[in-house]
Design a protein around this ligand. Structure first.
Ligand SMILES: *Cc1c(COP(=O)(O)O)cnc(C)c1O
Length: 449
């Protein structure tokens, strides 16, 4: 079978995520036969460097021998068992290890499958906590503009990316939306820390005004990934933790995309030396192998549900594949690699090379900003770089970069006009340089008038 044959069969029966299917009329989906490390190979024998970790999930490469072996080993013993009333070794071990490495105070793990489900869990748990504690008037969530927390209706409600949200607006909860600390909008000469601190005034005001009716604030620590990889300073998180404490509002840290070393530390919250009331993990949790997500929370919150059955205080929420044993085995193997290979130290070398490789794009006539947080580098194209005036979205300049990169053997998938690198942690230094060359060519092509 060739690429073409698989693509034709695909288009007869599939409907792809986040895709205008008509776009495939002139550019069919690419069928992948196998993966190894950072490389994907299609049915025509062409290879693609997976620069975006297959939607930010892959940490240690495709077909990683250690994760493969762990899953195979678990598969021979138990693939899955109901997690209500039953338990199993991988889920117990994984929970112990997550509690041990998570920021202080996070003591219990509630599992789901996709990231969006973990977001739903945190939203429901926070509301339910206040209800169990006799404060049922707390029914509102506070979220940031330009945030992203997933696609299910609750998660979409607290998201701020119009492209995904606006159509469904009539169906959604109405959060209290606060302007983002996103440093792209800082004044000339203003530091990111100063800007993030200045933007915090909006949050302080919102919390003071809505403390009586708010359950929780939900944020993506340090990087608003789906919101064009916009970044902000850790000082914002420190101020937010303090304000949430003063106003008695929960803090939900959605680290589904930024957890597991993406920002340079194991969890992004560490950079602000804070612990949230809820920590959400997904994506890289299984090294990019299997859908598993988790909502970690505190003993204080857990205890508010712990009572006689007849009080009806229990959290009666479940998903069929909660705590799947194969997924937990993959997650344990992923944590083993972090421990044995000193990944965070090695990533500092990779991050430095990523930054250096993108450095010369700073001077490009149509690049408004090159920004970086750890293992994420983003390059924002603009019509006018000084005025930060974007290209009209209909021109789809990012898509031209995407198509060029594929021709040159790289999977780059810009968010609008923002080209970014978020590679697996097993990328080689020369592969980073290759990626930067391909991105530069693509940006040059895409911004040519
Ligand atoms: C991807 C993402 C989600 C949703 O996770 P899914 O597994 O796609 O449902 C939630 N929050 C953040 C920050 C994400 O990047």
């Amino acid at each position: 079978m060739t690429n073409r044959e698989w693509a034709e069969r695909d288009l007869r029966v599939l409907w792809h995520p986040c895709t205008q299917m008509r776009d495939h009329e002139d550019f069919p989906p690419i069928p992948i036969r196998r993966g190894e490390g950072v490389w994907l190979e299609d049915y025509d024998g062409r290879r693609y460097l997976d620069a975006i970790s297959s939607w930010w999930v892959n940490l240690f490469g495709h077909a990683n021998p250690r994760i493969n072996a762990a899953i195979a080993d678990q598969l021979a013993r138990l693939e899955h068992v109901i997690l209500a009333g039953f338990t199993h070794e991988p889920v117990v071990r994984l929970s112990e290890r997550l509690v041990a490495i998570a920021p202080r105070g996070l003591a219990h793990c509630f599992y789901a499958s996709d990231g969006s489900s973990a977001v739903e869990i945190a939203l429901k748990m926070s509301f339910h906590y206040w209800r169990n504690r006799g404060e049922p008037a707390r029914t509102k969530y506070v979220s940031l503009a330009n945030s992203y927390h997933g696609e299910t209706l609750g998660a979409l409600s607290v998201g701020g990316v119009g492209l995904y949200r606006d159509t469904y607006e009539p169906l959604l909860l109405e959060p209290i939306v606060v302007p983002s600390p996103d440093c792209y909008h800082r004044e000339a000469g203003e530091s990111c820390a100063e800007y993030s601190r200045r933007q915090f005034a909006h949050m302080e005001q919102a919390l003071a005004r809505h403390a009586h009716e708010a359950c929780a604030v939900i944020v993506e620590p340090l990087v608003q990934c789906a919101g064009s990889m916009r970044m902000y300073d850790p000082v914002y998180l420190a101020l937010l933790r303090d304000a949430c404490d003063r106003h008695r509002i929960h803090l939900i840290a959605d680290e589904i995309a930024v957890g597991f070393g993406r920002t340079g530390t194991m969890f992004a919250c560490e950079q602000a030396a804070i612990a949230p009331d809820f920590l959400l993990l997904g994506k890289g949790l299984t090294g990019g192998y299997l859908p598993l997500s988790v909502c970690l929370t505190t003993a204080e919150i857990y205890d508010a549900f712990y009572a006689e059955y007849a009080t009806l205080r229990a959290f009666l929420h479940s998903h069929s594949y909660t705590g799947n044993a194969l997924a937990c085995a993959a997650a344990l193997a992923t944590l083993d690699i972090f421990e044995s290979d000193d990944v965070l130290a090695k990533n500092r070398v990779l991050a430095a090379r990523l930054g250096a490789a993108a450095e010369d794009l700073r001077d490009h006539d149509h690049v408004a900003e090159v920004r970086q947080t750890g293992m994420v580098v983003a390059i924002e194209m603009a019509r006018n770089r000084q005025a930060r005036e974007p290209y009209p979205w209909r021109e789809r300049r990012g898509r031209a970069v995407y198509r060029h990169a594929l021709e040159r053997g790289a999977l780059l998938r810009p968010l609008g006009d923002v080209v970014y690198f978020m590679p697996p942690y097993v990328i080689a230094l020369e592969e980073i340089d290759l990626l930067a060359r391909i991105a530069r060519e693509g940006i040059e092509l895409a911004t040519r008038e």
